[in-house]
Write a protein that binds this ligand. Structure first.
Ligand code: NAP
Length: 350
């Protein structure tokens, strides 16, 4: 499907335009959808945008919600908080452990999802903004790339067969929405000519960690375009949405410790949305749009271009290098077979 945007990638990606949008527009509450009977998973849902996405899904009548969190007691506190002002059937909210820093945890989590009666919506939202480059001891990758890109991508692939088999009607696709960011367009990809690309992020040395966060989101966009080509939208509509700038989540837990970080916080409080407002955009992408959003990015509840580089010939090259290396990284989990199996749907239709 050819998608046309109401703005060029360059204009959408400009810093000035970003702040203009943030200051002049507010996304609407998501209404007019009944999620009765449906099951959703939201990752990173104990605080911030994930918690607010969870609340909004419950407000839309969701029948079962899995809070996927790395700290179960924080997840249980979130479940209690979500149950406070709403009449939920017993067992509506379950808290499941999921640590993006561990492939074992991801695989166990996905195994557990196979026991769900149905699975309609997945919001892959967990993410970090770190102030120093740390190598994940179990995977050997720099943690921001690990959490924001690699583990998010692995979950997106591993959950596909579950979404495919647990969607209630074969003609109704499941939904996977990834929380992304407009800052992908601001990423300085100094590693663009490195091959292998993925391990170039693990090299020791000084790293601009704000830029690293932007890069992790850019990698996600490059990956989504490739993934969507290989997954029929009849199986799952996979898209991304930005929550724009949110001031009252805990994403700044490391950055706000420095003097500069504290100054930035004052600015964020003045112009950022609440997590509840930012979450509207993620929930909108997950429940309100159709197959036209497969492999696409949404901002302020509309289809928007991804970072300009995604549409360039350099982006074509980067996408193919990244896809190959990412699939190699995940070969332990049989991802090629999973994608072939998921894609057999398309062959059945043809
Ligand atoms: N805030 C913004 O302005 C903004 C803008 C654009 C995009 N985003 C994106 O929005 C998403 C949510 O961010 P937020 O602002 O709501 O931040 P947040 O309040 O810090 O929430 C992040 C969530 O991710 C979880 N998480 C972190 N590391 C994890 C791991 N290893 N395994 C499992 N879960 C993990 C956190 O769990 P713990 O509480 O246990 O650490 C928390 O639940 C992120 O992907 C972020 O990049 C945020």
């Amino acid at each position: 499907m050819v998608v046309t945007f109401d703005v060029s990638p360059e204009k959408e990606g400009s810093v000035l335009n970003y702040f203009y949008r943030q200051l002049t527009q507010t996304p609407a509450e998501v209404r007019g959808i009944d999620l009765g009977g449906k099951t959703a998973i939201v990752t990173g849902s104990n605080v911030g945008i994930g918690l607010e996405c969870s609340r909004q899904l419950l407000d839309l009548g969701l029948s079962k919600l899995v809070l996927a969190v790395r700290n179960v007691s924080k997840g249980q506190a979130a479940a209690t908080e979500l149950s406070k002002d709403i009449n939920l059937n017993p067992g509506t909210i379950e808290v499941w452990e999921l640590d993006y820093a561990s492939y074992d945890s991801i695989c166990s989590f996905v195994e557990r999802t196979k026991g769900l009666e149905r699975l309609d919506i997945v919001i892959l939202n967990a993410g970090i903004m770190a102030t120093e480059a740390r190598i994940n001891p179990s995977t050997g990758h720099e943690e921001t790339i690990q959490i924001n890109y690699l583990s998010t991508a692995l979950l997106a692939i591993l959950l596909l067969p579950v979404v495919k088999s647990k969607r209630p009607l074969a003609e109704q696709p499941g939904r996977i929405t990834i929380t992304s960011s407009d800052t992908a367009a601001w990423a300085k990809l100094d590693e663009r000519n490195e091959e292998p690309l993925l391990s170039s992020f693990d090299k020791p040395g000084k790293v601009d960690m704000l830029n690293r966060t932007f890069v992790s989101k850019l990698l996600g966009q490059l990956f989504l375009v490739e993934l969507a080509k290989r997954v029929p939208s009849s199986v799952a509509v996979i898209n991304m949405a930005t929550p724009m700038m949110v001031y009252d989540s805990e994403i700044n837990r490391e950055t706000a410790r420095s003097l500069m970080g504290k100054i930035v916080e004052v600015f964020r409080r003045r112009i950022g949305y609440t997590a509840a407002v930012g979450a509207r955009m993620v929930v909108d992408a997950a429940v309100k749009h159709g197959e036209e959003t497969h492999g696409q990015y949404l901002g302020l509840q509309k289809l928007k271009p991804m970072a300009p580089i995604v549409y360039s010939s350099e982006g074509d090259h980067l996408r193919s290098v990244l896809w190959r290396e990412t699939l190699e990284e995940f070969s332990f989990a049989g991802v090629e077979d999973i994608l072939n199996e998921v894609n057999s749907d398309r062959k059945e239709i043809l």
